[in-house]
Design a binder for this molecule. Structure first.
Ligand code: CA
Length: 230
């Protein structure tokens, strides 16, 4: 069912637990989003393709088709609509991000619906707003990052990053050598206030590193955070 109030655009929510789906719909609607809810994965994937939502909120364990599989199929078809996963356990996060699904963020159940709305708004700000560090391409070691084209290359060869991964790398490469704490990166890249215990920064750093391979320019400063250096 769709709530037709798309001031901020339509968000697709795929969640089989009615109480959670209703809560998420209520909060997103209050915040000015249109909301379409599906309760199983097959219908969810079809809705994502049919409705072209501005963002998808996907539960992982769904009847029909898992949320991770919905995301994978969208990405395979070249659809990079921002995806936020609802995970049942925090230890699922490594697996989700490690699957290279191109997820943009996640919340762990039980979650605050306000927090979820903040995440949706933040991901849309990041993907719709001016690119982080817009301007001239930045070269660090073997990595070139072009903010205008939102493109990253290693030794001239393209590297596919999700929008979140790109923004994280752009943020670090925009100020080479500067060490950022996880909270600073959460605020600067994800756009929300520090959220105690979230592993979002670490898992995304790991993913960017894996994609850049031996050319990675992200260095860990133990007990402090991360910096980009060549
Ligand atoms: Ca479920």
């Amino acid at each position: 069912m769709t709530v037709d109030n798309p001031r901020r655009g339509l968000v697709l929510v795929v969640e089989d637990e009615p109480s959670i789906a209703d809560l998420v719909r209520l909060y997103l609607t209050r915040d000015g989003f249109g909301v379409h809810v599906e309760r199983d994965g097959v219908a969810g994937l079809a809705a994502a393709r049919r409705l072209r939502p501005v963002a998808c909120v996907l539960d992982i364990a769904l009847p029909g088709l898992a949320g991770t599989e919905i995301c994978r199929r969208l990405r395979e078809a070249g659809d990079w609509t921002p995806v936020i996963f609802l995970t049942a356990r925090d230890d699922e996060v490594d697996r989700i991000v490690g699957l290279e699904l191109g997820a943009d963020d996640y919340v762990t159940k039980p979650f605050s619906p306000r927090e979820l709305v903040a995440r949706v708004r933040a991901v849309l700000r990041r993907t719709a707003g001016p690119p982080a560090g817009a301007g001239q391409p930045v070269v660090l070691g073997r990595v070139t990052l072009d903010p205008g084209r939102r493109a990253v290359t290693v030794d001239g060869g393209p590297v596919q990053l999700t929008s979140t991964e790109f923004d994280l790398l752009a943020y670090l490469m925009g100020r080479p050598g500067r060490v950022f704490t996880r909270d600073e990166l959460l605020a600067g890249v994800w756009g929300y206030a520090a959220h105690a215990g979230t592993r979002t920064v670490d898992v995304h750093v790991a993913q960017v590193r894996a994609k850049l391979g031996p050319a990675s320019v992200i260095r860990t400063h133990r007990g402090v955070g991360y910096a980009a250096d060549g």
